[in-house]
Design a protein around this ligand. Sequence first.
Ligand SMILES: [Zn+2]
Length: 226
Amino acid sequence: MRYLPFILLALYLVAMWFFSAWRLRQELNQKATPLTHPRLTPMLDRLGRAMDLPPIRAHVYEIDPVNGLAAPDGRIFLTRGFLRKLDADEVTPEELASVIAHELGHVSLGHSRRRMIDFAGQNAIRMALAGVLGRFLPGIGTWIANLIATAVAARLSRQDEFEADRFASALMIKAGLGTAPQKSLFLKLDRLTGSGGAGAPAWFLSHPPAARRIAAIEAHEARWRG
Ligand SMILES: [Zn+2]
């Protein structure tokens, strides 16, 4: 049974994958309410029409950090913290429309489902490297393996972010909202996510720096115009 360790590893990864998907779904089901904000309804309507669809359905994730999320089941969430920023006039409805457009990009491009697979893949890289490196470099080998697996995952997710941004730009232009809200929100994001105090939320960490995201959008715009 030379293959037994690999079979066990594969089973472990599949179990981890199902468990984390299940846990995320539980968490969202417990803390989700329909998004019915009167200032956002027209935006959901416009985004839907731009995609030849009925108004987009979105949900509120009842937590304080400023965040947007596309769940593996395709549901789109804005956090309560983000909606409070709208009520405080710190962000505009158009800027939140750009977040929803970005999350629609993740769903349409299949990122949110792939992210769960990446999670399993990241674990596999981590375990395989830790096994090899740990033999030559006891102690520090595991640490290096963690570092490499994390860097690979960050690299992959950043690529997804640029693709979701490009999708959002195209959709915002088609909806007649333009890319200005997308760019102005990026500039506000550092400040907004920093004001929570309780550590930076995942949305911020997994996203590339504002300046690079804006530069990428402007490059697309130049190409689409030309
Ligand atoms: Zn994203």
